[in-house]
Design a binder for this molecule. Structure first.
Ligand code: GDP
Length: 421
């Protein structure tokens, strides 16, 4: 398939990065179509650990063409810092381009987020100015990446944005930077990024016309999408497959395949209703074995696999196949509970109801577990019977085909049943 979208099927942190990295060899162009700086992917270069939030390290290392699409909000200073770090550490770097229409995360957007974290307490979600930048975009006072190349336009937009945000910055105990300093910093960054700025919509159209293989990667997961998630416990960026057409600037019909990534249990970073949540020993075990800690070190909330949420994600995204990750994390559990439905006011719901997830009670079934470690298994048939049964039962109740199963963090630890892309 030449145009494929990869989407998180749950609340984010499903292991999308690994699934995408494992398939880079099959693609020519990687497009990030929404969101901003992510919690960070670490790479080791010349013995030093580099944490990258915007630049996708795997794709750059493999010399792939990367587009940061128009649906994104981009902090040009962070982007330049990461590109410089890669060059300084001699990392082979693929071509990375930025859509002129993507919105700019300005220094005061980041400041606002930092002040909110200080006043309200860290939420477990790294705040990098993404929400305020999307807010400015929606309210029509944002700056686009292309504006960085036009000082007068930039000046006007920075003035508008700072005028709106300064009272809140003051209220939170901060000091807004002067307009001239913000304009100067952003204009300099724009000059350095000039050669990378493109009309992304045309770039993707041309790539499609040339028969290139294109992977469109969503941020986070379906359940935090601003339209489909449990509002208001959602993010600002579109996280579903439908957002890919908008965020990459292509017609919806250009998308040929939609792939979901789901963890075989649930996690959630940050606040909001989470019906399948577990506590006690099981939660601690999933956190420890699965490495379920946010970038700020806070343990992620853990839960059973949430079938209604997965069914919903399959429906709104139209998944053609699913990549299941972290089956290895469940090894050693005698019994594995899964949430097969919700009950609300005496009625059974097979998907998250509009009334909200905070009022539902999970309907739980328990499956027998397995004691064997799975990290050295290299084919689905080699899995213990109960592990196979766990996977096939998910297929049966969601009517989804699980194409790959993750049994460890390494790219080789992915059992391939069908082609994913
Ligand atoms: P994303 O935020 O959805 O892109 O998730 P990441 O790609 O950052 O994955 C989260 C973490 O899970 C990373 O440390 C991955 O290496 C790890 N991971 C991914 N798949 C598996 C798996 O099948 N088993 C285990 N144990 N870890 C995995």
């Amino acid at each position: 398939m030449s145009v494929v979208v990869v989407v998180g099927a749950q609340w984010g942190d499903e292991g999308k990065g690994k699934v995408v990295d494992a398939h880079l060899g099959e693609i020519d162009l990687l497009v990030h179509y929404a969101g901003g700086a992510n919690p960070g992917q670490t790479i080791v270069a010349e013995g030093e650990r580099l944490v990258l939030h915007i630049v996708p390290p795997g794709a750059m290392r493999q010399g792939k063409h990367v587009l940061l699409g128009q649906g994104m909000v981009i902090d040009p200073l962070v982007l330049l810092e990461e590109l410089d770090a890669l060059t300084d550490h001699g990392v082979r770097s693929g071509e990375l381009q930025v859509d002129l229409r993507a919105h700019v995360v300005m220094p005061h957007h980041r400041l606002l987020d930092r002040l909110r974290d200080e006043v309200e307490g860290a939420s477990g979600i790294p705040r990098r100015g993404i929400g305020p930048a999307y807010g400015d975009k929606t309210i029509r006072r944002g700056a686009q990446m292309g504006d960085l190349l036009y000082p007068e336009r930039l000046q006007y937009k920075v003035e508008q944005s700072l005028k709106a945000h300064t009272p809140l910055i003051r209220e939170l105990g901060g000091q807004a930077p002067p307009v001239s300093a913000v304009v100067d910093t952003l204009a300099k960054a724009g000059e350095r990024l000039r050669a990378r700025m493109v009309d992304g919509s045309r770039l993707v159209r041309d790539a499609i016309a040339a028969g290139k293989r294109i992977l469109l990667e969503a941020p986070l997961g379906t359940m935090v999408d601003p339209d489909h998630g449990a509002y208001p416990f959602v993010v600002a960026a579109s996280t579903v497959a439908g957002g890919a057409a908008i965020g990459a600037g292509i017609p919806p019909r250009a998308i040929e395949r939609v792939v979901g990534v789901a963890k075989c249990y649930s996690t959630r970073s940050g606040p909001g209703p989470f019906p399948a949540e577990v506590t006690g020993d099981l939660a601690t075990r999933l956190q420890q074995t699965g490495g379920e800690f946010s970038a700020t070190g806070k343990p992620r909330r853990c839960g059973m696999l949430d079938i209604p949420a997965l069914r919903f994600a399959a429906r709104v995204n139209g998944f053609d196949a699913l990549a299941l990750t972290k089956l290895d994390v469940l090894s050693g559990l005698d019994q594995i509970p899964i949430c097969v439905g919700y009950e609300l006011d005496g009625k059974v719901c097979d998907e998250p109801p509009f009334e909200g997830l905070s009022r539902v009670t999970p309907l739980v079934e328990t499956l027998p577990g397995w004691s064997e470690q799975l990290s050295d298994r290299r084919s689905f048939d080699d899995l213990p019977e109960n592990a196979k049964r766990y996977v096939t039962l998910i297929e049966e109740i969601t009517a989804l085909r699980i194409a790959t199963v993750g049994v460890g963090p390494d790219r080789s630890q992915m059992l391939v049943r069908d082609r994913l892309l």
